[in-house]
Design a protein around this ligand. Structure first.
Ligand SMILES: NC(=O)c1ccc[n+]([C@@H]2O[C@H](COP(=O)([O-])OP(=O)(O)OC[C@H]3O[C@@H](n4cnc5c(N)ncnc54)[C@H](OP(=O)(O)O)[C@@H]3O)[C@@H](O)[C@H]2O)c1
Length: 266
């Protein structure tokens, strides 16, 4: 019960990995501030969380809006009195080659959700996290450590997120605040169906072989175990673990692995 009475702000809580984390945290008795854009989906997640023993606050938030991120933190503190853990999980992906992109605004938008959204929430939560000697979490991706075809803008946003978090980790170390970065491989959420295609619209179908990849529940379990232990990073697949080392001696081989993964959809 690592998160009993722990005040957790969780972005991207309405579905996928975030929803799974919300359920698991609630089962441990966490006090949850649940954020995403869809109020209706958040209310459904909150009801399930309460049934599992958690306390909940629903804060509909668009993380691309700095003022809404500030309000998310302020409402959490007003309701629960503190912030112990911030989980920056909200994210958006893409499935398009750069040459096919109709409007570069799509890539800018991905950067705003994945990078700026996490930066805003972290900035406003930081004074509270220093008071509680709390935890900051960033849900990055294997695309934060290596290039992936069809993911130029997504990989850029996740690389930026990791650079930000690794720098912040050093700044806050002496305040007792930990920074944990998770690097999921493919996960069977709806993210791929929602990924932006070349026309800037959601793809509408999932090109992945969902039965061959990690579930959102398993991914959430691994993230929360790593956060409880205040691990620096959580690398979730053998492919990613092997790739980290291989990249040092044969980076071209890692490119080949990434290309094959996208072609095979697993
Ligand atoms: N699934 C994978 O294969 C995979 C692999 C590596 C890393 N990840 C990362 O894991 C995290 C969770 O992804 P997932 O697979 O659970 O995706 P998902 O099922 O698509 O969920 C994404 C969540 O982010 C929220 N969100 C999107 N745009 C937002 C915005 N502007 N403001 C606030 N919330 C927003 C969505 O809610 P609303 O639409 O209601 O706002 C939803 O709750 C992401 O950061 C993703 O990059 C996923």
């Amino acid at each position: 019960m690592d998160f009993k009475d722990n005040v957790v702000i969780l972005t991207g809580a309405s579905t996928g990995i975030g929803e799974a984390m919300a359920h698991q945290l609630a089962g441990q008795g966490a006090w949850l501030a649940l954020a995403a854009r869809s109020a209706q989906k958040l209310e459904a997640v909150a009801a399930e969380c309460r049934a599992r023993g958690g306390r909940t606050l629903v804060v509909p938030t668009d993380v691309t809006d700095e003022a809404e991120c500030r309000e998310l933190v302020e409402r959490t503190v007003a309701e629960f009195g503190r912030v112990d853990t911030l989980i920056n999980n909200a994210g958006l992906s893409m499935w398009m080659k750069l040459e096919d992109v109709a409007d570069l605004g799509s890539l800018e938008y991905i950067m705003r959700v994945n990078f700026f959204g996490s930066m805003y929430c972290t900035y406003y939560a930081l004074p509270h996290l220093k008071r509680s000697r709390g935890r900051i979490v960033a849900v990055a991706s294997v695309a934060a450590r290596t290039g992936i075809p069809t993911r130029t803008g997504y990989a850029a946003s996740k690389h930026a997120l990791v650079g930000f978090m690794e720098s912040l980790r050093i700044e806050v170390e002496d305040d007792g605040v930990s920074v944990t970065i998770a690097f999921p491989d493919f996960v069977g959420s709806g993210m791929h169906t929602r990924s932006l295609g070349a026309d800037g619209q959601p793809l509408g179908h999932n090109p992945l072989q969902v039965d061959k990849i990690m579930t959102s529940d398993e991914c959430a379990r691994l993230i929360l175990a790593g956060v409880a232990a205040r691990q620096r990073q959580i690398v979730m697949s053998n492919r990613a673990r092997f790739g980290q080392w291989l990249k040092l001696i044969a980076p071209g081989r890692v490119d080949g692995i990434a290309k094959k993964a996208i072609e095979k959809g697993r």
